[in-house]
Design a protein around this ligand. Sequence first.
Ligand code: NAI
Ligand code: MG
Length: 357
Amino acid sequence: TTARNYSISVIPGDGIGKEVMPEGVRVLERAASLYGFSIEQTWQDFACCDYYARHGQMMPDDWKERIGQPDAIFFGAVGWPDTVPDHVSLWGSLLQFRREYDQYVNLRPVRLMPGVPCPLVGREPGDIDFWVVRENTEGEYSSVGGKMFPGTPREVVIQETVMTRHGTDRVLRYAFDLAATRDRKHVTSATKSNGIAITMPWWDERVEEMAKNYPTVTHDKYHIDILTAQFVLNPDRFDVVVASNLFGDILSDLGPACTGTIGVAPSGNINPDRTAPSLFEPVHGSAPDIAGKGIANPVGQIWSAAMMLEHLGEADAAAAIMRAVETVLAEPGLRTGDLKGKANTEQCGKAIADALA
Ligand code: NAI
Ligand code: MG
């Protein structure tokens, strides 16, 4: 068991991040003891607004040295808009990790779960189960551009999309690799080659090139406008959906919303080359409106732990956590108030840890 020892940097952050993180860690520790691996945790007190209040910045200058070289980062949520503007807290913490650690894939599951009311009529758990793979470093979110003649009638603003072969191919490769591990082995690409007539036809060409390396994986493409409609109308069509930064940003909120899970969904910011740690966090934020009450739903944090273990190669433990989550979500007495249950954060977390055994 000593060979399977993982170092995890634990960063709870703000608000309910501090309440759901102990439950995420509880389930991680239980999974470790049941599946014969060990977790070495280093808790960090930065990347939160309390740190900002003491030091005037979100993280110390030497944050990279302090984090060291963990196998992964387990993150809660950041933000406390009453004291620190959201763009300051976000750019000073999470976005630093994404860039400095070259976490070029943003990965989110879209899965119907028991106990979570589905906004789409007539769908049952099992009907919808796919992944959104978003390019996380370039594309439409570039810093190339500028403003001329501001505040005058001649005002001009330009922001260029930047797509590189390196950046595009690596996210496509991740999507095809992921599809190859799944039963349906299908990739859907989000495009808009009719309207965005330079970069998007090129993106489509890169998809075709990449697909040649994966004879067992089928693929298709949709323009982004009709793709959003298909997410709602025919979500059972999808297996792995890959998209540029902007399209992926939209799809990775729309997908979980179609399954009602935006409050319990996890996400991975992944460096698949493993040149730096990947970061796993719930999709939700710090929820200042309910922070401090001990009632937050810990499932997003716990599901993030499952994704992290999958990334670390502990697929059996990850699958067991997901089974435990589904067992507990199906039980009104064990789920939290946001899902019309009766449990508090700790009771729900303990129930999931107990269901693991
Ligand atoms: P939010 O996700 O924190 O809250 C939205 C609503 O969902 C609130 O009513 C909240 O009570 C509820 N909610 C969220 N998570 C919940 C949970 N686990 N259990 C029960 N209810 C839950 O989004 P909001 O209010 O827009 O942002 C609050 C702060 O969080 C801001 O500072 C924002 O910048 C930050 N934020 C941080 C993110 C991150 O760390 N990745 C992501 C989203 C927002
Ligand atoms: Mg978003």
